[in-house]
Design a protein around this ligand. Structure first.
Ligand SMILES: [Zn+2]
Length: 479
């Protein structure tokens, strides 16, 4: 029996304006959904409802789409990575950290559980989870209730930083091939998952760590299956310089030459394009290549901002026609804060308040992400779309006065005002609590996992250092 839920008389609804192909406010509206699909968005729902939710004092908005996250390990970096960077590698700590820190499988499960709580509580209903395969991963994502796009990641080489100024690669092409085959097998299984909420994404790890053949075969496998494709590309200056050294052209141009660009392709993170001020490169083609081919970028400003880097800039990319989706990449896995960062940093980069409006970033975090994933049934409240929605408490003090609810939410309240979340028509967050997961328990287990990971750092770090040497505490500790 189909079940219909109607949210009646919501003070505000972020509704989909079909004619304008954009979000618009609806005041005093009803939103009804039957099973997992939205049935009605408008002034007054006339049909029958099995369950009615009083919408007074609430904002109803579409669930957010996180197109780039690593929930299986990033939360284990809390306290470790916020101020970690390597100046000799143009500030990024990515390469050094990935050598030295390795969370075990038990830690990963605790990490993904804790991260999924953060994600759901900040209004994320669709999550792209990029990770190497580990036991229990699929079951945990299924259990969380989130719409999971799993991106099993693989590579033909790994980064090694033996000296701070030098990025080296250790190649193992056979391992990359094996990882690719296992990833495809998982993607094919996910398409048949009984929840109907899980799907796969073809995800060779990075443009600089995979062979040309592996990248070509990966994109072909994605296109053949109608799956989206993602690869880290133009995410670091070191990567840019390495690609120029190998091929004489930028990472984006080389990816384009290989046929990796196109609709359904998401570059994480498309920051270091030829005209970025840190590169002093001569060409001016990368942004146009992404725009003309319909390639998306996954924009996750926080980790880069902490290194002193920004996309240059959100508004310029959009005006050029590049599709942008938002991702959380690191902790906090908080899409609402990420949207605030994206808006403000775009203005700092452009030195111009007109560069980027918050509403464009909200569009990216919903419709932009959906487009990147080739899903026009997500990220918008219109009949026929999936019933993925977020109810925001307008009586939360951080929201008041509610002159403009999205401004209150993104510039002020963030996750503090997220009350209820529905994914695929099923409630997954109730009164600020994730129903299917154990946040407190997961965080205790994650703390243990972090301790084990830090203890092992000298074994993994090519320079044999302890974790405290790589990233000291922010204050000295008294004896
Ligand atoms: Zn990433």
């Amino acid at each position: 029996m189909a079940k219909t839920v109607c949210i009646r008389n919501a003070d505000w609804v972020v509704a989909w304006d079909e004619a304008g192909q954009r979000h618009a406010y609806l005041q005093g509206g009803d939103v009804a959904f039957t099973d997992n699909a939205i049935a009605f968005v408008g002034k007054r729902y006339q049909g029958a409802a099995d369950e009615t939710v009083d919408g007074r004092g609430l904002l109803v908005m579409p669930g957010l789409i996180d197109v780039h996250a690593h929930p299986g390990h990033e939360a284990s970096y809390r306290g470790i990575r916020e101020e970690h960077g390597v100046p000799e590698l143009f500030m990024t700590g990515l390469f050094e950290r990935s050598c030295a820190y390795s969370l075990d499988d038990e830690g990963k499960l605790a990490c993904v559980e804790a991260a999924c709580c953060e994600l759901l509580l900040s209004g994320v209903t669709t999550l792209v989870d990029i990770s190497a395969i580990y036991p229990g991963w699929v079951d945990l994502i299924a259990k969380s209730g989130i719409r999971g796009v799993l991106a099993p990641s693989y590579a033909s080489s790994r980064w090694v930083v033996r000296r701070p100024h030098l990025l080296e690669y250790e190649w193992n092409e056979a391992a990359g091939r094996r990882g690719f085959e296992e990833a495809l097998k998982l993607c094919d299984q996910l398409a048949k998952h009984p929840s109907g909420r899980l799907s796969g994404l073809v995800s060779p790890a990075q443009i600089d760590t995979c062979t040309e053949d592996l990248l070509r075969d990966s994109v072909a496998a994605a296109r053949e299956r109608g799956l989206p494709f993602t690869v880290h590309c133009a995410q670091a200056v070191g990567e840019f310089n390495e690609m120029v050294r190998r091929h004489g052209i930028t990472p984006v141009q080389w990816a384009h030459q290989l046929g990796l660009t196109g609709p359904g392709t998401i570059f994480g993170h498309g920051i270091f394009v030829d005209e970025h001020s840190w590169l002093r490169w001569w060409s001016r083609k990368d942004i146009a290549i992404m725009a003309e081919t319909g390639t998306s970028i996954a924009h996750s400003p926080t980790p880069f901002a902490r290194y002193g880097q920004t996309l240059q800039d959100f508004g310029k990319y959009r005006r050029a026609g590049v599709n942008i989706g938002m991702g959380t990449d690191t902790v906090p896995q908080n899409m609402l804060e990420e949207m605030r960062w994206a808006t403000v940093l775009a203005r700092i980069s452009a030195e111009d308040i007109r560069s980027t409006e918050m509403a464009e970033v909200f569009h990216a975090a919903t419709v932009g992400g959906a487009r990147g994933l080739m899903r026009d049934d997500l990220g918008r409240l219109r009949p026929g779309a999936k019933a993925d929605l977020v109810l925001v408490d307008l009586k939360n003090p951080w929201m008041m006065p509610v002159r403009d609810p999205l401004r209150s939410l993104i510039f002020h309240a963030a996750d503090r005002a997220v009350k209820d979340v529905y994914v695929d028509g099923r409630q997954v967050v109730q009164n600020g609590r994730v129903l299917a997961l154990d946040r407190a328990g997961a965080l205790e287990r994650l703390a243990e996992g972090q301790r084990r990971m830090e203890k092992d750092v000298p074994k993994h770090d090519p320079m044999g250092r302890r974790s405290e040497q790589i990233t000291p505490l922010s204050l000295s500790v008294l004896p």
